[in-house]
Every structure is written in C-alpha cells, then in structure tokens.
Design a protein around this ligand. Sequence first.
Ligand code: ADP
Length: 431
Amino acid sequence: MSARALLGCIADDFTGATDLANNLVRGGMRVVLSMGLPQDMPDADAIVIALKSRTAPVAEAVADSLAACRWLRAQGARQVYFKVCSTFDSTPRGNIGPVAEALIEELEASMCVVTPAFPEAGRRIFMGHLFVGEQLLSESPMRNHPLTPMTDSNLVRVMQAQLDAGKARKTGMVPYSIVAQGAEKIEQRLNELSAEGLNFAVVDALADADMVELARAVQGHRMMVAGSGLAIGLPAVYGLSPGADAATLPQAQGTRAVISGSCSAASNAQVAAFLRAGGQAWAIDALRIGSGVDLVAEALQWALPKLEADKPVLLYATAAPETVRQVQAALGSEHAGHVIEQIMAGIAHGLVQAGVGQLVIAGGETSGACIQALGIGSMRVGPQIDPGVPWSFAHCASGQPLHVALKSGNFGGIDFFSNAFNRLDESTGIL
Ligand code: ADP
C-alpha cells in the first residue's frame, strides 16, 4: 500500500476521537487528532476530526460531519470512518442515522456497515443485539442515560428508526454464523444485501478477531459507521503493522502536572491513590465559588513554587458524590459544571505559561475546556498509558510544546497519575 493511503475519521465527540486514535496508533498508524476542521494537511496515515455532534441539533451534526467528510476526501482519504459511541448513544431523531445518510449520499456509497462492537472492551453484537458486558444494552445502565437513553438493544431497529422514511433506505444484518467464516463470506453477504437493495448492515462480532475480518471485508467500502473497535483491524488493511514508530513523540520537556475535574468513581480513586502515595496536591473547594476568592490565582500561587521538583503536582476539583450534590444545590448543576471547567482551564493555562510541559487532564468536559484555553488545534497521538488513554503531543497557541494525556472519567487504573509519567519516560524521544 502506498504511503499516501489515508484513512479519514469523523468522531462525534472528543474523548471518542482519542479512543479511536489510540486504537489506530496501536495498530501502527501515525495519527493526528484535530479539534474541528484541520488548518492544513498533517503528515499522517489517519486523521481524526473530533466534532461535538453526538447530542447537537441534527442539522448542525449533519452540516459539521459533511464539512469534515469533504475536507477528508479533498486530502485523498480512501475511506471515511464515522466514529460513534460503543453503546450507540443516540435517540430516534439521531444523530447517527441522519449523519450516516448524509455521508452515504455524499460519498455515493452503496453499502455501509454499522458496528459499535469492541469485544476487548465488552461490547459484543449477536443477532444484531448489542451487549454491554454480560447485559443487553437495554438492561445496562445506558437505559437511564440523561441525554441518550438506550432502551432497545436491537441495532437494526435502532438504526432503521433514525433513517429518513422519505428516502426509503433499509438496514439489514450479517449474523455471526457468517462472520465466523471470515472476511470473504462477510463481504459476499454484504454484496448480497446491497443487491437486495439494503444500504446499511449491522454486523455481529464476539471477539476482536471478528473485527479484523470485518475490516478486511470492507476494504473496498467508502465509509463505515463504527465504535473504536473496528479500528483494530484497519491498519493491516492499509499495509501497516504494530510497531513503536507510529507512537513515537518528541522528547518531553518542562515540568509535570495533573489537573482533575472529573468526579467519576475512577477519578476519585486515582486522586486518593495519589494522595496516599504522598503526592503534592491542592483541592479546589467548589463551595467557595462566588465568595469573591480568585480560585485560579490561589491554586497557581500554591502550585508554581512547587514546579521545580521532578514530581508532578495535582490540582483537583474531584469530589465524592455528596459534595458534588452540595455544590450543585448551591450553584445549579449546569452552572457549577461550567464554572469549575473554566477554573480548571484557567489553571491549565497558568501552569503551561509557567513551564509545565507534561500535563495529565482527567475529565472529558474538563479536557475540552483546557484544550480550548490552551489554544490547541491538533495533536499527534502517541503511546497508550491505559486502554483508551494515550499521550499526545501538541503546540499551544503560544507556540509552547506540550505533552498531554486526556483521560475520560472512568478510564485508567488506580495509579494512573504516576503511571502516566512513567510511561512517558519509557517511550518518548526514542527514535
Ligand atoms: P467525566 O469524564 O468524569 O464525565 P467531565 O470533566 O466530563 O468528567 O465532567 C465532570 C463535570 O463535573 C465537569 O463539568 C466539572 O466541572 C464538574 N465538577 C468537577 N468538580 C466538581 C465538584 N466538586 N462539584 C460539582 N461539579 C464538579
């Protein structure tokens, strides 16, 4: 395969983009992740454009995805990978169906596979039904999601319900009895479905090896709708194999810090482990918001003198559920979230200005706010720390180089904060 074969990816949210990029890098692709449309064409095997389209109004999600698709095609992308959540987060209005239909029209594709399966992460599909671990999707906690409750596990039905009835496109299925026979049989079945007039096909998958076969089966397709699982099979199709090169980042510089604005169970445990190990840490007391104290200035005043040391400093708003409830009662949940994200972003900006060059950020929304405050437009994705969380390298708007790891809430082992820096020591600068 020529070095010019490019995979173009459109992710419907930011941490999903990171997860996808991480899987592609593990398979040997050099990946650049861009926040929105890239300014220019980077040197990479795959480009992941991160959008915020999962829960955006349908028209906006479609317009942003089409713009990304056109940009990727203009750069010569051979295939377009529309990355959705591994629990297929969506509602009967969308946005997966409407975006997929807009892309299939734009690319003049005849058949497109639909698969959030990622067996390694416990997302399996059987007879078109999605399982989360041992539970059907509709019996998993996802049934109570505040924005996208998933109450039907039958993905053929879920996808079909999101398609425009006026356009009469149809969704079918490739059952496991065919998937188990490998790429050629899957491809044959997809061609048959296409000949029968179907446009989308949910494909069963129980093991990661099935994703590898599926990636081979769809190598002639112009697009796919998938979670991050299909990415494990794609680098091989593009003639690439796992190796340290794809994950190599420049030598890390500067001092080290961790910012945690996530209140997930995993982040609470990671903060507690950092404190137990004697790490230097500063808690941002969200109950003092509105008291007239400048919480950013206070946190930076504590942190900056400590940046000389080798050891990372931790600044956290992470709190137990009772405290979060108190803060939300005092400030309103949405307002509290937003204000705290802006405080964390202000701290990130101040730390980087003061010479932090290696920054771990915990929390999906918190990461988004910090990346925006630092003026980072794109990142090269490097080695994995824990499943779904890689180190990346970027330049801030100020021109300052930064190694950054963005951890979404529930990801990462208990010693994630210290492991992250050990991983960076092991892996960067080795060319
Ligand atoms: P996760 O990835 O765990 O969901 P996010 O950063 O996406 O983490 O979301 C966590 C939200 O909780 C953010 O909006 C953050 O500002 C907010 N938050 C952080 N600390 C507190 C706190 N002590 N009280 C209330 N809300 C908080």
